[in-house]
Design a protein around this ligand. Structure first.
Ligand code: NAD
Length: 442
């Protein structure tokens, strides 16, 4: 099929490459000419394992192209995916839908034949129905424009694999308009043939399925962080406790790593988005639940700062603190809502001299946090440090030998906010080791 992908960020660039890999002819559209230039050279504008390979391969064959022209996209495609960003509004729980609405309107102006538009961006419930109305008003094809919602569940750092082999396909369609389902089943036929569960719903359920999934994951992470506090009061160990929980197949191990909480571009935003929506419709139980999840998450960052302060004898001013981890999780250079950088900023505000280390995300950290020092090598970053704080679970940090690191630092003191370093090894090398929820590991 001929497919246009509007918005070529993490979601759109990955989706466009995956569509080409599935055998379709793909045209990616973005308003950012620099992004289009980089993608058209077969390069990803961000770090995502496996994406460069797909881009090079399919840009090379001409099956995947990129443009800034909506008219070209409208003329080219049989099917249009909307993958534009839907950031959180500043100081507000709502989504900013300006970019999405603008993309939909611009595309609609050129739609002169019956077509299917499929939203993949994460949106509040009700958005798809409103966009469908707006597009039909603007498009020369009028009522011939059909809108479906097909939320994307990919995770950064495994995005390519997730896009090609999703855990499920959710297809939300308009009542009385079955064409979109047929077209989506055709475009995803390889994925469906693999046995991927395919769930056809109304538009509202499809929109909510993404928000609810992310809110559930956020709740799980906040749950383990709440248990971590209980461990500190009772002497239990959160890492061992999490293992006992994770082996229960009803619970599963994902997300049960206590630490500085969740970050990234999706979980915090979608938790707030769902909270805003629940508040606007007066749904009190989800409001209390989601508020608690959010508060525990903020508290988890504050708790890591508190552990760092304790480790500094409650005086951070003038101390040299090395922060291991700028990416919000390993495998990506995405620093949006990164817990590591939030801890770094809080300690910087308390007067500490911060050096941030990260194997991949330093260019972004440098750009957005220029007042902090930066050093890619985790050993060099710790030169003369009074404290090391481990905040992103990169293998590069886990591989550091505490005995070798000891000779570089001023004080052998570490806060392991990921809880993944071995306390025995670090203690044997004469480090003071602290970790959330591990009172007896210190
Ligand atoms: P992003 O910020 O990385 O990319 C958004 C892209 O949209 C940018 O390239 C931007 O230039 C482009 N854009 C903005 N306005 C446009 C317009 N009018 N026309 C065309 N392009 C336009 O965002 P993202 O992380 O890719 O997220 C996109 C959507 O996907 C969001 O709703 C997000 O919640 C959702 N999502 C993201 C992920 C993820 O892992 N990042 C996963 C699932 C869903």
């Amino acid at each position: 099929m001929k497919v246009a992908v509007i918005g070529c960020g993490y979601l759109g660039a990955t989706h466009a490459a995956a569509m080409a890999e599935l055998g379709h002819e793909v045209l990616g559209v973005d308003v950012d000419p620099e992004r289009v230039r980089v993608l058209a050279q077969g390069r990803a504008p961000f770090a995502e394992p496996g994406l460069d390979d797909l881009l090079v391969q399919h840009v090379g064959t001409g099956r995947l192209r990129f443009t800034t022209s909506f008219s070209e996209a409208a003329a080219f495609a049989d099917l249009y995916f909307l993958c534009v960003g839907t950031p959180q509004k500043a100081d507000h729980d709502d989504y900013d839908l300006t970019h999405l609405r603008s993309a939909a309107r611009t595309l609609a102006k050129y739609m002169d034949r019956p077509s299917v538009v499929v939203g993949k961006s994460t949106v509040p419930v009700g958005t798809a129905a409103r966009l469908a109305q707006e597009m039909r008003l603007v498009a020369p094809a009028g009522d011939g424009v059909e809108v479906a919602w097909n939320p994307e569940f990919l995770c950064e750092s495994t995005a390519v694999e997730d896009a090609l082999h999703p855990s499920r396909l959710v297809i939300g369609i308009e009542v009385g308009r079955p064409r979109a389902e047929r077209v989506l089943r055709e475009v995803y036929d390889h994925i469906i043939a693999e046995g991927t569960p395919t769930l056809v719903t109304d538009l509202m359920t499809a929109e909510l399925s993404k928000l609810a999934a992310n809110a559930f994951l956020a709740t799980k992470i906040s749950f383990i962080n709440a248990m971590s506090e209980l461990c500190e009061h009772t002497g239990a160990d959160i890492v061992a406790l999490a293992r006992t929980l994770g082996h229960d197949t009803r619970i599963g191990p994902w997300g049960l790593r206590a630490g500085s909480g969740f970050g990234g571009s999706c979980l915090p935003k979608d938790l707030h988005g769902l909270l805003g929506q629940a508040e606007s419709v007066g749904a009190s139980r989800p409001v209390s639940l989601l508020r608690a999840v959010d508060e525990i998450n903020s508290g988890s960052i504050a708790h890591v700062v508190e552990l760092a302060l304790e480790a500094c004898g409650r005086a951070a001013h003038g101390k040299r603190i090395t922060v291991w981890g700028a990416a919000f999780k390993p495998g990506t250079d995405d620093i949006r809502e990164s817990p590591g950088l939030r801890v770094a900023e809080a300690l910087h505000d308390l007067g500490a001299k911060i050096t941030v280390s990260d194997p991949v995300a330093l260019p972004n950290a440098r750009l957005h946090h220029p007042h902090l020092d930066h050093c890619a090598d985790p050993m060099l970053a710790a030169d003369g440090a009074d404290l090391v704080v481990h905040l992103t679970e990169w293998p590069e940090f886990a591989g550091v030998d505490p005995a070798v690191l000891a000779v570089r630092v001023n004080r052998q003191s570490i806060v392991d906010a990921c809880g993944t370093l071995d306390p025995t090894t670090w203690r044997q090398a004469e480090w003071a080791y602290r970790a959330p929820g591990r009172p007896n590991a210190a």
